[in-house]
Ligand binder design. Structure first.
Ligand code: AMP
Ligand code: MG
Length: 298
């Protein structure tokens, strides 16, 4: 059975130092998958995906009724890795009232005048709900690390290694605080290769219906690919914790990415001790009286 194995395969163990170059962005890295041919595999992946989406729908209702946990799902990736599509596909069975997606762009002047976590705190999921961050506070140790001129006005001090180490520490503390107060945190790095990104950019240029997606700044960021990979590697190594683990997801094939992400979310939520609130004696009595009242109506 492939299902429910992905968490271990793609999760970054806290304390373990990973190197991104060891992570294949393609599909044929999983023993069970290698045995099947690609078409077979795609079909199987779709079956598993549908099963997971079904599980997710059920468990989300329970999450809502239980009303003790919230779930924060963070997506980070290079441009064109497929964050938007993954969010769309994986959450398609979920009740929209129980789920919120926030996309974070360049911070506004007001946001820059606050500490870097401020704008994210305001968008955290309420109890019983799933919150998705399409980009997140991790941008403040990724794009901002690659382009330090983007840093907000801060007191003088060296912007050296210790500066970034302090930011990782702040992020870990922030996430720990959330976890201790009932937030389940899952973080996904959609690991697309540089070649695949080129292919997808080309598609955006070649296909008229995709032209709108092409962004010149994305192309400029591509030139900093290696710096981004270093920043991702450092961030993942410093912030994959027991309470907020990172997962590195192969992203060159969208169908692989979707099934793996859905599986990890569904498995994680299914493992929570969720329950429908107990009906008290008092409430049972009230329900009984309500029934009588309705029955007596003419
Ligand atoms: P997109 O998700 O493609 O719409 O792009 C959003 C852009 O906002 C990306 O280029 C991010 O790098 C950028 N962005 C997000 N957070 C920050 C930040 N804290 N500082 C600067 N740029 C950011
Ligand atoms: Mg973009």
């Amino acid at each position: 059975m492939i299902k429910h194995r992905y968490m271990k395969l793609f999760g970054v163990k806290p304390g373990k130092k990973i190197q991104l170059k060891d992570y294949d962005s393609g599909w044929n890295q999983i023993e069970e998958l290698k045995k099947l041919d690609k078409n077979n595999l795609k079909e199987r992946a779709n079956v598993i995906l549908e099963q997971n989406l079904h599980d997710l729908t059920q468990v989300q209702q329970l999450l809502y009724a239980d009303d003790r946990y919230s779930v924060l799902i963070v997506f980070q990736a290079m441009d064109a890795a497929g964050k938007d599509g993954t969010i769309k596909h994986v959450m398609r069975g979920v009740n929209p009232q129980g789920c919120q997606v926030f996309s974070f762009k360049r911070p506004s002047v007001e946001e820059l005048d606050h500490n870097f976590l401020w704008r994210f705190m305001k968008s955290l999921p309420e109890r019983g709900r799933i919150g998705i961050f399409n980009r997140s506070y991790y941008e403040d140790v990724l794009v901002v690390k690659v382009h330090p001129e983007l840093l907000q006005n801060l007191p003088d001090g060296k912007r050296d290694k210790s500066f970034w180490a302090a930011r990782y520490e702040d992020i870990n503390a922030f996430e720990h605080h959330l976890e201790r107060n009932g937030t389940v945190i899952l973080k996904f790095f959609l690991n697309v290769s540089k070649e695949e990104q080129k292919k997808r950019f080309m598609e955006r240029l070649d296909r008229p219906e995709k032209n709108w997606k092409f962004s010149a700044p994305d192309l400029a960021e591509r030139e900093h690919w290696d710096d981004y990979m270093d920043a991702y590697e450092d961030a993942v190594n410093a912030t994959s914790t027991e309470w907020a683990p990172w997962h590195i997801i192969p992203a060159d094939n969208k169908w692989v990415m979707r099934v793996v992400v859905a599986d990890i979310i569904a498995s994680t939520l299914s493992n929570l001790d969720l329950r429908f609130p107990e009906v008290t004696e008092e409430r049972l009595k009230m329900l009984d009286e309500a029934r009588k009242k309705l029955e007596e109506e003419k």
